[in-house]
Design a protein around this ligand. Structure first.
Ligand code: FAD
Length: 449
């Protein structure tokens, strides 16, 4: 038995790592020379810039992986200030407590909204087909939570539109709490001892540290191997790469797609046209990631937090910003601040498509207005454009999920953020579970961890 994995983003790397631990032969093909996919750190003009994830929730799976990779010394937790997050309201920033229970004790919500939130316990559960995140929160907690909490949060996490994302796809745990306990609040009380949010971490040299450390351990990683075609012969998979090599005629018992939906669709066109069509329907909105550096003395705002999110109701240009230099040392010089802003996502697609110079100027103007910046332009600015950013867990993803389940009978599996959940820890958890599932399909499964 040999497994072909296509794509060395965090999903493919983690899967290869866990398969290797179980003693299962595999080949991991990566189109580029670099591993990590969306996870990408660059150093430019003395600044450390994250072009994808800025921090990770330190879940038990991630902690275990970090220990196994002996990366503990590299880990940097977010600074204490990172506990505070801000929301733009009526043109200025208000502190939002991260703990859902303290939302009730501070002044962020009106009394009317607080009372309505508490009444959630009495709202009977309902099973509504294709219920969106907005519909779910409005039904359970009332309309007061939508504009200034649900909307900016979904923009920030998914680059998404809460009026389109489905609750059971994007937040299965909340839906399960409603079904199991009759109420989300009751479910939260029940899970009080379980960490609902984890500490956020990065690495001293940036996020790229993690994929590179996994890649260093792998014995069958082939970078510079873009898979161009997949064929099937008597139930086995044959991979054709842009680079001719030893693996051209290798037959694989199982195939794992660890790449975004659109390139996956291209590869399945001939072998599984129905799945290819379903994958093409998955929406990835465009996004621009902009880094701006200012002299500290030119910025009035303390930037004493994780960052700020912008509700759609405020008609912003950016989805919001992470205050990178407040979270981690070494991102810029000590007398400067570095802010990472996100433009685009499903609610602001046209903003991401703005001409680059204009886009950079709009980001600067918005930062200048909101943070009280007195200078005409930043000391440094950098833009990274993603035509396809984050997969949207809306009604169009359902078919691909259904078909993916059926294709497992044919030895075709998925390890990717359009299946596993978008966060890096979710991709790692899913990859570990998949490795164990594949292990069980061996004639004599290994009991090794
Ligand atoms: C801007 C942004 C910010 C984010 N912020 C966070 C965050 O703060 N925290 C967090 O937890 N998550 C965050 N995420 C989400 C997270 O980064 C991604 O969900 C995750 O990295 C996806 O990993 P993946 O391995 O599934 O896919 P990818 O990272 O897309 O990797 C796929 C790989 O497949 C390769 N490939 C494609 N086609 C082929 C082919 N034909 N042959 C061979 N190889 C191929 C690609 O080169 C790539 O390396 C963010 C995402 C984005 C876009």
């Amino acid at each position: 038995m040999r497994v072909a994995i296509i794509g060395a983003g965090i999903s493919g790397l983690a899967l290869a790592y866990y398969l290797q631990k179980l003693g299962i032969p595999y080949d991991l093909f990566e189109a580029g020379e670099r591993v990590g996919g969306n996870i990408q750190t660059i150093q430019e003009s003395g600044y450390l810039l994250e072009l994808g994830p800025n921090s990770l929730q330190s879940t038990p799976e991630l902690q275990a992986l970090i220990r196994e990779l002996k990366l503990e010394q590299e880990v940097v937790p977010t600074a204490q200030a990172g506990n505070h997050r801000y929301i733009l309201r009526d043109g200025s920033y208000e502190k939002l407590p991260t703990n859902p229970f303290s939302l009730l004790s501070n002044n962020f919500f009106s009394w009317k909204t607080k009372l309505r939130i508490l009444k959630e316990k009495d709202v009977p559960p309902a099973d509504i087909d294709y219920e969106t995140i907005t519909q779910f929160f409005e039904r359970r907690f009332g309309p007061g939570v939508i504009d200034y909490v649900v909307n900016p949060y979904i923009s920030g996490v998914y680059g998404g539109d809460p009026e389109k994302l489905l609750i059971h796809k994007a937040f299965p745990m909340l839906k399960e709490m409603e079904t199991r306990y009759g109420s989300v609040l009751k479910g939260l009380m029940h899970h009080k001892s379980v960490h609902l949010t984890h500490e956020n971490i990065s690495f001293a040299n940036g996020m790229q540290t993690l994929p590179e450390a996994i890649a260093d351990k792998l014995i069958s990683l082939h970078t510079g191997h873009r898979v161009e075609m997949i064929t099937r012969n008597q139930g086995k998979y044959i991979i054709s790469c842009s680079t001719t090599g030893d693996h051209d005629n290798e037959e694989y018992t199982m195939l794992v797609l660890a790449l975004p939906a659109l390139p996956a669709a291209d590869l399945l066109h001939y072998t599984f046209p129905g799945m290819a069509a379903a994958l093409q329907n998955i929406h990835y909105p465009p996004m621009a990631i902009v880094h701006s550096v200012y002299n500290r003395r030119d910025v009035s705002h303390d930037l004493d937090g994780f960052g700020a999110l912008h509700p759609k109701a405020e008609c912003p240009f950016t989805v919001g910003s992470i205050w990178s230099s407040s979270l981690f040392d070494g991102r810029c010089r000590p007398h400067e601040v570095l802010v990472t802003s996100f433009v685009g996502g499903a609610q602001y697609e046209e903003n991401a498509l703005t001409d680059k110079d204009k886009l950079l100027d709009c980001v600067h103007k918005e930062l200048a207005e909101k943070y009280g910046i007195t200078t005409d332009k930043p000391v440094f600015q950098h833009m990274h454009f993603m035509e396809h950013s984050i997969p949207q867990y809306d009604m169009y993803i359902e078919d691909a999920h259904e078909m993916a389940k059926q294709l497992e009978q044919d030895g075709l599996f998925i390890a990717a953020n359009w299946q596993a959940g978008v966060s890096v820890p979710s991709c790692i958890r899913h990859a570990k579970e998949l490795a164990h599932k594949i292990n069980l399909k061996r004639p004599t499964p290994s009991i090794a961890e």
